[in-house]
Design a protein around this ligand. Structure first.
Ligand code: ADP
Length: 273
């Protein structure tokens, strides 16, 4: 569904994504898990066509480039920061986004009732967005992102600042949407949330450390939860990089090749004293 090939992105010469290769399949909840600064939002913005990569390519649904008009209609996006018209009611905000995505008026009214019910805001439909709590605003944001029934719903830290009970509700709604056929791409740094994804990638400092289902990742590292798996994946990547650095001199030549053979080497010679 999303094919990311050798994507690199820097801000002011500071690399944020480093030669990233990633295929994201359709029909699942796919999680990007990583600490703040890992490059998750940057990757989402590249997929949405709001940023361009410095190198590499992204293909959506087998035929579109990010930013293509047809692709925009297939995507729903819930950014980290609430982006609502505070002077409009809940209902007016959702209708506004529905019209932006050209949902036919009669259909829009039916969908409005449906999304309000899903995010449990039917009783607040006439409330001004500016008067809502943070959690309620997040729920309206989710409703606006799904009013046009996108093929892929992109959620950037959708539960940031949301209390634990509401967070559980959010994930119940995501799972219900996935069951109804919507693909979901979600970023999080909450391990407990990542465990509810069908598949997860670990991202750190712009590098993809590993990917798999939560069960595969914990089994691969022989640990009991995703947090420990993330730590192990980070450790493996860091020690691999350090070994590589030690193996090369400043000219990129391999120091291993120049090393005097050790006791275990095939020459059988002892190293010089
Ligand atoms: P995440 O979503 O994983 O927290 P981001 O993609 O937001 O990561 O940010 C990755 C890095 O890029 C961070 O160090 C952040 O400060 C930096 N960054 C993000 N956006 C910009 C920008 N517009 N200009 C300069 N640096 C940025």
């Amino acid at each position: 569904m999303i094919a990311i090939h050798s994507v690199t992105k820097s801000y002011n010469n500071h690399p944020v994504l480093k030669n990233l290769d990633l295929e994201i399949p359709e029909g699942i909840i796919f999680g990007l898990l990583g600490p703040n600064g890992a490059g998750k939002t940057t990757l989402l913005r590249l997929i949405m066509g709001r940023l361009r990569p410095d190198a590499g390519s992204i293909r959506l649904f087998g035929k579109y480039q990010p930013g293509d008009e047809e692709a925009c209609f297939l995507l729903g996006y819930m950014p980290q920061q609430a982006a609502l018209y505070e002077g409009l009611s809940v209902e007016e905000n959702i209708l506004f986004f529905g019209r932006l995505y050209r949902v036919p008026e009669q259909e829009l009214r039916l969908r409005l009732d449906d999304v309000l019910q899903r995010v449990e805001l039917t009783g607040k439909r006439e409330a001004l967005a500016g008067n809502l709590s943070g959690g309620q605003k997040q729920r309206v944001m989710l409703a606006t992102a799904m009013i046009h029934r996108p093929r892929l719903l992109i959620l950037d830290e959708p539960t940031a600042g949301v209390d634990p009970m509401l967070r559980i509700s959010f994930w119940n709604w995501f799972e219900a949407m996935a069951r109804d056929g919507t693909s979901i791409l979600v970023t999080t740094h909450h391990i407990s949330e990542a465990a509810r994804c069908t598949e997860v990638v670990f991202l750190r400092e712009g590098l993809l450390l590993d990917r798999g289902s939560p069960g595969q990742l914990t089994a691969r590292y022989g640990v009991k939860d995703l947090e420990a798996a993330f730590v192990q994946a980070t450790y493996s990547e860091t020690s691999g990089r350090l070994n590589n650095d030690n193996d090369h001199d400043n000219n990129g030549n391999s120091n291993r090749d120049n090393q005097a053979p050790g006791p275990g080497s095939s020459s059988g010679q002892e190293p010089p004293p």
